[in-house]
Design a protein around this ligand. Structure first.
Ligand SMILES: NC(=O)c1ccc[n+]([C@@H]2O[C@H](COP(=O)([O-])OP(=O)(O)OC[C@H]3O[C@@H](n4cnc5c(N)ncnc54)[C@H](OP(=O)(O)O)[C@@H]3O)[C@@H](O)[C@H]2O)c1
Length: 281
């Protein structure tokens, strides 16, 4: 399959290239080669490349930046996705869009199923939801893949931040009331690789299995890293003020992909492997 990836230099985009390159003809684009907010540029590049599948992993992922500049969030995450949806629909190309647990408000009280009602509560979530709606309405050959709390080797993420802070001897305070699914970009990329072979278009939740609070994830990672003596104070999100208000309880249930035999391993296994592979820093 010929596959075009947006956001190819990002955390997930890099993993997608690594996982898909052996079996597919993969073209990676980043902001320097394709700004997704430029509709004409999207049309020109995709018409020239003529992929069978567009994997859209580019996004404005700084949730606090989105809260401070909601117009930018809507332009990149919403309109940018709409641009790609329109072009792929016109050219008859299938498209997969990577969306987020933050399209939900976190108030349901159980894990979210694929077709539970979305109700974003912050600018990042609104942009991602706009993108989902645009793709769903414009291109019938689409996959919407929601995921959560990505971690990738080498990059900057929550687990790295906790480990580095602990090794510096900083005092750790982590929230207990934000709960979701830590997810390995490598595991997600492999699952996406299987999903796009299925031709079963629709909405999917692809996360490592099981849910945990930010505090529980920090505790697990420190224990795995041999830092069991490092204390972490439990706080609630109102004690950790930041521009973007995260939804509190957004575990994602994988029902649709599991019915196709696509499941990701438990998050503990993925985090254990990740911590073991990352050099102390
Ligand atoms: N990270 C998470 O925890 C998480 C959770 C749920 C869902 N997701 C979703 O998963 C996908 C991948 O996330 P990620 O963490 O891999 O993101 P990432 O590492 O932040 O990478 C995003 C990429 O998108 C690019 N980009 C930003 N604006 C662009 C534009 N206007 N045109 C073209 N490219 C642009 C960025 O380029 P620059 O570096 O040049 O800005 C970057 O390379 C995103 O759709 C995200 O919303 C992520």
């Amino acid at each position: 399959m010929k596959i075009l990836i947006t956001g190819a230099s990002g955390k997930l985009g890099s993993a997608l290239q690594t996982v898909l390159r052996p079996g597919h003809d993969v073209i990676g684009t980043d902001r320097s080669t394709l700004d997704i907010t430029d509709y004409a540029a999207c049309g020109q590049l995709i018409a020239e490349a003529r992929p069978d599948m567009l994997l859209h992993a580019a996004a404005y992922t700084d949730v606090n930046g989105c809260a401070l500049n909601p117009q930018k969030a809507l332009r990149i995450n919403g309109v940018g996705t709409q641009n790609l949806a329109a072009v792929t629909a016109q050219l008859g190309i299938a498209m997969l869009y990577v969306s987020s647990n933050e399209v939900f408000d976190g108030k349901l009280g159980r894990a979210y199923h694929e077709y539970d009602a979305a109700k974003p509560i912050n600018a990042y979530g609104w942009g991602k939801w706009y993108g989902e709606r645009a793709l769903g309405q414009v291109n019938p050959r689409h996959y919407i893949v929601r995921t959560a709390w990505l971690f990738a080797p080498g990059g900057h993420n929550f687990i790295h931040a906790i480990l580095h802070a602990a090794r510096r001897g900083s005092t750790l305070r982590v929230v207990t009331n934000e709960i979701s699914n830590p997810t390995s970009t490598n595991d997600l990329a492999a699952a996406i690789g299987t999903l796009i072979e299925s031709d079963r278009y629709g909405t999917y939740h692809l996360v490592n299995e099981g849910a945990v609070s930010r505090w529980g994830l920090a505790r697990f990672a420190l224990d795995e890293a041999g830092l069991a003596d490092t204390a972490i104070t439990r706080i609630s999100s109102h004690q950790w003020q930041r521009p973007s208000r995260p939804p509190e309880h957004t575990p994602l249930a994988n029902i649709a992909a599991a019915s196709l035999g696509i499941r990701l391993r438990p998050w503990q296994e993925a985090v254990r492997e990740f911590v073991a592979a990352e050099a102390p820093g």
